[in-house]
Structures are given as structure tokens and as C-alpha cells.
Design a protein around this ligand. Structure first.
Ligand code: SF4
Length: 694
């Protein structure tokens, strides 16, 4: 039910779906939401929204929500409801027992990009100060961890360089591996407006996404590359820019290390990297590559926007660095209208990374081995921190199978559905002695849980989310948590049961602690957020009211760093048994694995995930539109319905992953990004054949 009468009061808060971070006025009648109204003063959305944010909040009242903590001895036993105190005592006792028996490193935690900055900060604090190790990771591991690595190396900080307003000053947009119409709809509208005003567009995507041709918009170039060849395509663009001398020498001499540029330039100038040499394996006509490179280099302000089609590859981090190289070579940084802009998939993936939920980094992207940084936290927390990086999610699962990792606290993340190689995730979880799932619903991972701690929705919590443009938005409690506690209070409860002596009575105090320990957040406080509405980090003594555009006078690391980005073909190869390449994406009305959106009215709009296949490939296999097909890879197989379309090229198939029945991650491989272990979700060799259905 969306409209239940006239509102009595309203509360301004932030959407909990994508990384645009739209502000809404929740109009309330008592404890019931009457409607969600896009807030005209929201700096990320300026009164706009998409269907998800406006209508897909109904899961708060869904009957599937679990409202009481539960425990069980074995995963085959029935659940038993317990009090919060009993649940906290049980978790503390089990984690302490495991550490006594197997060692300090036998437990860890996973934070969520769905949770607030304050909640994420507390989970990493629990692992570091309470468990005494650095076995903390985040679901960004499977999406934007390569962004963290690549932008950190090139510019010295891991964040998009621009604000959304910047697009209004853009003359040329490169959109690579992103489909904002479905994934980031409100930003897509701003981008389309700019394109209708005359800005040019280059789309680099295996699929003919909506942006390639939509009313009043026609991309100047669509480069329909073979999945897995991003680095080769970007290097070919760089080859043209360097060999034709259309780079920005003044910018490079002033802002980068000239000798590093010369080294990179000699690398990309190699004839093996020319458009003509790469055409055969990228599938992109050389003339299109040359045209796109000239347009980006000479067309005025050039901005690059990218998504998971860049990061979820075995060369995800290399691709991010290749993008950074292009922007530096053309001088497209450090002013409005340009930049390198990751479109973050989840509401707080930027914040989850900022808050130190990586096993090697403390909040603010500072390496755990740094004594000075550790000292700040040790003094405040009264503990000695472990200086060794901890385990990433895939390493935790490996260690569980090997018998050295035995307990995990998972906040707001369904790793059995969202992580690659489902069978391995199952084996890892099944091997553990205490799996604690803290979530709204009994998700797939909870099948392997010994403790279930009910979570709260965004409507029930106070805190902040940080969107894709580094904007810290307030999340305000609209209603009392139906489960009795906010998520930060649940982590606090575990910490208290472990005897850690934490003392917080409101999330604002956690933000004060973040500000006291993290240089890019020094000036951030709830008072400032009330005054300003929102602020973009860095927000500190140098930028008291935040930073809309980064790297204005110099890069965070000093000089921008050019890095050679050698193309290495993925180990996932097509062959006679698996001749097609599968890639994946999203649709507008659903969100990620659909845990929230499938439990709202949207379910009627999109009943199932479909397999897009080119008519030529379908005809060869005797497949008709709407037929059930078997989708098989070296990892596994599943069944779904076919949709014949020329949006995909011959040889490429595509599906979404919003429904558990699709089991997309049974199909995907266990190949990962070389630097960050981000899974290679976007390239899987598959075969498609007729089927009678699931
Ligand atoms: Fe805005 Fe994204 Fe929420 Fe849609 S899903 S309302 S674009 S934040």
C-alpha cells in the first residue's frame, strides 16, 4: 500500500538503493509512511527520484522480516527465539571460545554497503579492537574494490573526482561499463539532459544500452567490445592520443611526472597497441576507436563515467588505472566538467570503503602497517592493533575450508547469493562453527547461520550514507525499529558482551569519532550536516564546507601517476563446448539480488531474469523468443527464459541477477581481479541450449 491518507509530519532522509543518494521527505501518519516525496533541496537529486526510491520501501513492513534474535546449535536444528541479551552473550561466548581454541585470527567480520557509515565503522572497530585482527572486509570486494586500488595508485585517493553538477560543464562523455538508465536513473536523467543540450557521447559496452540511441540522443561512437577486452580498448585510445600528439603537454608537465608520462607514452605507442592491431580481438572497428580517441582528446571538457563493467574483471584494477591515464593525458582532471567518475552501485559503497572495512586499511584509506595511523586509534581505543593485513572474504572462505577460520559476523550482506563460486561459499560457511547473520530477512546465507540477529531498515535508523560523489547525506530515523534496536546498537551489544566497554548513546558520537581519527572527515559532524544539508569529503580545515571537485591544484598523492597497463586476456576462454560469452547487469525496477525490491510492489513489474541472446545465435540453436533455455558454463548450469534481441552482439549473451532462482553465480567463474580479488562476473564462457524449464 503506497498511499494511506494525509500525512501528519515528515522526515528528510536518504534513499537506501543506488549510489546516487537521493534525498526524500518521508511523509508520515504516526509510524506509517504515507508516501516518499523526492526532496527538492536534496543536492544529489534536486527533487527527482526513480521508481525504486519512490515506491520500493514497502519491504520495511514485509511479513518475511525477522524481528526477534534466534540461535541454534546446528544448522539443521530449528531456530529458537532468544532475547537480545541472550543472543549477544551467545555470540561473545562462541567467538571467544573459537579464538581460544583456534587462535586470534579464526574469526572475522563482513560489513555492508547497505549500512550507514557509523554502523560500518563500528563493525571494523569490533574486528580490530575486539577480535584483535584485521579480518574485516566489505561487499565492495565484489564490486568497486578495483576502483579503490586503481584510483589510489593514480591519484592518491580512492574516490570519484567530480560532483554530479559537474556534468553540466561536460562536452564529451565516455560511458564505459555502466548503464545509468537502469543502474543510476536520476544521474542518467542529468546526463541525458546535457547530451540533449549538445554534449557528445562515446559508449564503450558490449551491449547496445539505451544511451546508445534514445529519443533525441545518439551516441557519436558505440564501441561494442568483446567482454574482457577493456584494457586493450583503452590502450588503443591512448595509442591514438599519444601517436597523433593530441595529449595535453602543459597539464602533464605541471601536474604529473613527465618521465613517467614518457615511459607510459612509449608503451602505448607500440604498434601492437594500435586500433588496427587490436580490432581483431576487441571486436571494435579501428576507425571507431580512432574517432572516439580524437573526440575525447579534442572535444573540450571530457568526463569518464564507469560502472561494474569496468571493475568486475580479472583486470578490473588495470582498467581503472587505464582510465586514469587517459584523463591525465588529456588534462581532463581538476576542474568542473571532466574527471574520472565511478558510478557506485550501492547506496553506501563509497562510505563502506571510506570507513576502513578493508583488511589492509584503517578508515581514510591508511594502511594498517602505518605506525602513526595505528597510534591514533590505539590511543583512542585503548588497545594495541595488529599491524598485519587480515583476510579478504574469499580468503576467509578458503581458510574455513582448510580449518583455520571458524567464526564470522556478517552484517547486511548475503554472501551466498552475491559472491562468486556458490559451491565454495557454501563449503566455507558449512565448515564454520559460528556464523552470525545480521539482516532483515532469513537470506540464503542464513541457511548456514547459527545466530540470526534481526536488522533494521533505512527508515528505522539514524546515521549517514556517502554517495558516488563523496556526498555525506543524513539518514534520519523515520519510525521506531520494528526489531527493537538499530544496527549500530546490535554491534554495540556484541562489543559490550565481549567486555569492550564502548560508550555510545547516539550515532552522532560515532561520527565524532570518525572525524577525530580520519583526516578527510575532520570537520564532519551532525551539526554541520544539519546546517549544510550534506557535505562532500574531504571536509576538513582546508575545506571546511567540503570539496565538490577534487584535485584542483594538485593530486592527493602530489603528482598524478601514469602506469603501464598491459592487456592480459582473461583465463576464461570460449571453445567448442562453451562458445558464447555471458555478461550481466541490472534493470531499473529491481536492485541487486532483489532482497528488498522483490518484497515490494515492484515484483509485478519484473517477474524473472531473462537471457538476452542475438537472433542469429538463437536460430542456430533452435531457440525462440520466450523459450526456456539451459545456460551452462564450466562452473554449473541454470535455466531461464530467452529474450531475442539485437542489443547484444552475436557471440554475447546477457542476463540480470535479481532473482535467487536464476542462480547467476552458479554459472560465473572463480577468476578474480589480480589486485583485489574482485570477481570476474562480467565474463563467463557459456553454452545455451533449449530446455523444458527449471
Ligand atoms: Fe535515487 Fe538511486 Fe534511490 Fe533511484 S535508487 S531514488 S536514483 S538513490
Amino acid at each position: 500500500v503506497i498511499d494511506i491518507g494525509q500525512p501528519e509530519h515528515s522526515v528528510v532522509t536518504t534513499c537506501a538503493y543506488c549510489g546516487v543518494g537521493c534525498s526524500f521527505k518521508a511523509e508520515m501518519r504516526g509510524e506509517e509512511v504515507v508516501r516518499m516525496v523526492p526532496w527538492k533541496d536534496g543536492k544529489a537529486n534536486r527533487g527527482h527520484s526513480c521508481v525504486k526510491g519512490r515506491f520500493a520501501w514497502g519491504y520495511t513492513n514485509h511479513k518475511d522480516r525477522i524481528l526477534n534474535p534466534m540461535i541454534r546449535e546446528n544448522i539443521t536444528d530449528p531456530w529458537q527465539e532468544v532475547t537480545w541479551e541472550e543472543a549477544f552473550a551467545h555470540v561473545a561466548k562462541e567467538f571467544k571460545r573459537i579464538q581460544f581454541q583456534y587462535g586470534r585470527g579464526a574469526v572475522g567480520g563482513i560489513t555492508s554497503s547497505r549500512c550507514t557509515n557509523e554502523e560500518t565503522f563500528l563493525v571494523q572497530k569490533l574486528v580490530r579492537a575486539g577480535f584483535g585482527n584485521n579480518n574485516v572486509d566489505t561487499c565492495a570486494r565484489v564490486c568497486h574494490s578495483p576502483t579503490g586500488y586503481g584510483l589510489g595508485k593514480a591519484f592518491g585517493t580512492s574516490a570519484g573526482t567530480q560532483d554530479f553538477d559537474s556534468v553540466e560543464h561536460t562536452d564529451v562523455v565516455i560511458l564505459i561499463g555502466a548503464n545509468p538508465t537502469d543502474g543510476h536513473p536520476v544521474f542518467a536523467s542529468r546526463l541525458k539532459k546535457r547530451l540533449r543540450e549538445g554534449a557528445k557521447l562515446i559508449v564503450i559496452d558490449p551491449r547496445r544500452i539505451d544511451m546508445v540511441k534514445t529519443p533525441h540522443i545518439q551516441a557519436s561512437h558505440h564501441l561494442p567490445l568483446r567482454p574482457g577486452t577493456n584494457v586493450a580498448v583503452l590502450t588503443a585510445l591512448a595509442h591514438v592520443i599519444v601517436t597523433e600528439g593530441i595529449f595535453d603537454e602543459a597539464f602533464i608537465r605541471e601536474r604529473c611526472d613527465w618521465s613517467e608520462f614518457e615511459d607510459w607514452a612509449s608503451f602505448v605507442s607500440d604498434p601492437a597497441h594500435s586500433p588496427e592491431a587490436t580490432e581483431a580481438y576487441t571486436g571494435v572497428p579501428a576507425a571507431e576507436l580512432r574517432g572516439a580517441a580524437r573526440l575525447y582528446a579534442r572535444g573540450g571538457n571530457g568526463a569518464i563515467y564507469y560502472g561494474l563493467g569496468v571493475t568486475e574483471h580479472s583486470q578490473g584494477s588495470t582498467t581503472v588505472m587505464a582510465i586514469a591515464n587517459l584523463a591525465m593525458a588529456t588534462g581532463n582532471l581538476g576542474k568542473p566538467g571532466v574527471g574520472v567518475n565511478p558510478l557506485r552501485g550501492q547506496n553506501n559503497v563509497q562510505g563502506a570503503c571510506d570507513m576502513g572495512s578493508f583488511p589492509h586499511e584503517l578508515p581514510g584509506y591508511r594502511h594498517i602497517s602505518g605506525e602513526e595511523t595505528r597510534d591514533i586509534f590505539e590511543k583512542l581505543w585503548g588497545v594495541e592493533l595488529n599491524s598485519e593485513p587480515g583476510l579478504r572474504i574469499p580468503n576467509m572462505l578458503d581458510a574455513a575450508v582448510e580449518g583455520t577460520f571458524r567464526g564470522i559476523y556478517i552484517q547486511g550482506e548475503d554472501i551466498l547469493q552475491s559472491d562468486p563460486d556458490t559451491h565454495h561459499v557454501q563449503a566455507g560457511l558449512a565448515a564454520m562453527e559460528c556464523v552470525v547473520v545480521h539482516d532483515l530477512f532469513l537470506n540464503e546465507t542464513a541457511n548456514y547461520a547459527h545466530v540470526f540477529l534481526p536488522g533494521s531498515t533505512f527508515l528505522e535508523k539514524d546515521g549517514t550514507f556517502t554517495n558516488a560523489e563523496r556526498r555525506i547525506n543524513r539518514v534520519r530515523k523515520v519510525m521506531t525499529p520494528k526489531n527493537g534496536l538499530g544496527d549500530w546498537e546490535v554491534t554495540l551489544g556484541i562489543a559490550e558482551a565481549m567486555g569492550l566497554g564502548w560508550d555510545y548513546s547516539h550515532p552522532s558520537q560515532i561520527m565524532d569519532e570518525i572525524a577525530a581519527t580520519t583526516p578527510s572527515f575532520t570537520n564532519v559532524s551532525y551539526d554541520l550536516l544539519e546546517k549544510m544539508g550534506s557535505v562532500q569529503w574531504p571536509c576538513n580545515e582546508k575545506a571546511p564546507e567540503g570539496t565538490p571537485v577534487m584535485h584542483l591544484g594538485g593530486f592527493a598523492r602530489g603528482k598524478g601517476k601514469f602506469i603501464r597497463t598491459e592487456y592480459v586476456a582473461t583465463d576464461e576462454r570460449t571453445g567448442p563446448r562453451f562458445p558464447l560469452l555471458l555478461t550481466t547487469g541490472r534493470i531499473l525496477s529491481q536492485y541487486n539480488v532483489g532482497a528488498q525490491t522483490r518484497r515490494t510492489e515492484n515484483v509485478a513489474w519484473h517477474a524473472e531474469d531473462l537471457l538476452e541472446i542475438h537472433p542469429h545465435d538463437a536460430e542456430q540453436r533452435g531457440i525462440h523468443d520466450g523459450d526456456f533455455v539451459k545456460l551452462a558454463s564450466r562452473s554449473g548450469e541454470t535455466s531461464l527464459r530467452a529474450k531475442l534481441t539485437e542489443r547484444v552482439s552475436p557471440g554475447v549473451v546477457y542476463t540480470t541477477f535479481h532473482h535467487p532462482g536464476t542462480q547467476a553465480n552458479v554459472i560465473t567463474t572463480d577468476f578474480t581481479d589480480w589486485a583485489t580479488n574482485c570477481p570476474e562476473y562480467k565474463v563467463t564462457a557459456v553454452q545455451v541450449s533449449p530446455s523444458n524449464g527449471p
